[in-house]
Design a protein around this ligand. Structure first.
Ligand SMILES: Cc1cc2nc3c(=O)[nH]c(=O)nc-3n(C[C@H](O)[C@H](O)[C@H](O)COP(=O)(O)OP(=O)(O)OC[C@H]3O[C@@H](n4cnc5c(N)ncnc54)[C@H](O)[C@@H]3O)c2cc1C
Length: 385
């Protein structure tokens, strides 16, 4: 079912060509080796697709949340690790673009649009875990610079991105939740990398710890204003991040179901001469799964359109649609694997990969549990945090 808004379809053809030609043939290797998908980034750059959220006047595509859902869902059907990595780059570029100064446009946004610069988010820390809107990493003023001290965890694209959107807390502040974002360049003295963390799924993401040991960043690298926390987190970081992940999970669910449908049509029993697709229970199951996938996709596009239109209900819809996409991917990947029987359950098979990839949804923050809490609070008029 084509639920993609008509104005995005020609752009989707460009993402689909990269997904088919470059991501799909390498997806199994990326997963097995837990290798960062360098070929995916090179192909996306060659196709002029790295500046999804960069303004056209700077050479980008100037797409919003709907474009992000389309891009990650299209890439996620071929290789969810690549969709995650591209999604984190796109979220970071949207965060930079939201209040970029002229200097930031020249140093970051124009190279991103040209496919010469990768960015990513470094928010998570061991202390706060899934409460990613908090930061303990310290920001101290030092003349024309800031000094940054702390350790970030699970930084996707870690070591490969050229810049990192790092969340920090002013060293003199005791207030919980006080939060400023600034850009740290890969080459800054004082940046070092911890051992890569290898997940059960979404394995090709180079997610690793980043130590910032007195890293000096020019004041010009601050994004927005000091203490902008709520504006950054709930207006920009969360909507873009959640829709990137909703698209990725919807891509996984579509791919798992498509493989299961192909399998049950081909699998034929010798005793009856009939294909598995002739079994009533299989027909019932396929219809139910298809309905769930389409609901999750429609919800994600609807939420993205509300977000793009600055609709007052957008945030609740964005929070809830990511829960729906994650739950759907977990359920559909599990049931699609079962429909493929022993072929589905085999070691290093695609259905096993879809299932492991989908299971990041309840773990990767903002987790489904936190999103339900936040959406409920919003709908009830209770402060989110
Ligand atoms: C594949 C992958 C990629 C990632 N990439 C990035 C990245 O690029 N950048 C980045 O900054 N981070 C990234 N992360 C980190 C991620 O966003 C989380 O911060 C991290 O997974 C939290 O792990 P934790 O073990 O500390 O969870 P914990 O905080 O210990 O939480 C454990 C469980 O308890 C639940 N929980 C915690 N508090 C509450 C509460 N008050 N109410 C209800 N439930 C609660 C959580 O929902 C979770 O299910 C990534 C994670 C994964 C898995």
């Amino acid at each position: 079912m084509n639920v993609i808004p008509a104005r995005l379809r020609s752009l989707q053809d460009r993402f689909a060509a990269v997904a088919t030609d470059t991501l799909a043939p390498r997806a199994q290797q990326v997963d097995q080796e837990a290798s960062w998908p360098a070929a995916s980034f090179a192909a996306l750059a060659d196709a002029g697709l790295m500046g999804l959220h960069i303004p056209k006047r700077l050479g980008g595509l100037e797409e919003g949340l709907s474009g992000l859902v389309m891009a990650t869902e299209t890439l996620g059907q071929a290789c969810a690790s690549s969709a995650l990595c591209y999604g984190m780059h796109s979220v970071a570029s949207a965060v930079i673009a939201a209040k970029a100064t002229r200097e930031q446009e020249e140093r970051y946004l124009e190279p991103i649009a040209r496919g010469r610069h990768i960015s990513t988010l470094a928010l998570s820390e061991a202390g706060h875990g899934s409460h990613v809107y908090l930061a303990e990493t310290e920001l101290r003023r030092d003349g024309a610079n800031f000094l940054v001290h702390g350790v970030k965890q699970f930084v996707t694209n870690g070591g490969h991105a050229d810049s990192y959107v790092v969340s920090t807390k002013a060293s003199e502040s005791n207030e919980q939740g006080e939060f400023s974002c600034l850009l740290v360049d890969k080459t800054s003295p004082g940046v070092s990398w911890l051992e890569p963390w290898k997940g059960m799924g979404l394995r090709g993401n180079s997610s690793r710890g980043m130590r910032l040991d007195g890293v000096r960043a020019p004041r010009a690298n601050l994004l927005g204003n000091e203490g902008d926390e709520v504006w950054y987190f709930f207006q920009v970081v969360a909507p873009y991040f959640l829709l990137a992940m909703a698209g990725t999970y919807n891509g996984i669910a579509q791919a798992a179901l498509a493989r299961a449908i192909a399998h049950v049509r081909e699998r034929t029993f010798s005793h009856s001469g009939e294909a598995l697709s002739r079994a009533d229970i299989v027909q019932d199951k396929v219809a139910a799964l298809w309905g769930r996938v389409q609901q999750a996709r429609l919800f994600a596009y609807h939420a993205a359109q509300l977000g793009d239109a600055n609709d007052p209900e957008a945030l609740a819809a964005i929070l809830a649609c990511k829960v729906s996409a994650g739950d759907t991917a977990v359920q559909v990947a599990g049931e699609a694997l079962a429909l493929c029987g022993g072929m589905g359950y085999r070691e290093n098979g695609a259905q096993g990969r879809f299932l492991r990839d989908a299971h990041a949804a309840p773990v990767m923050s903002p987790t489904s549990a936190l999103l339900r809490l936040w959406a409920g609070r919003l709908l009830l008029g209770v402060p989110i945090i």
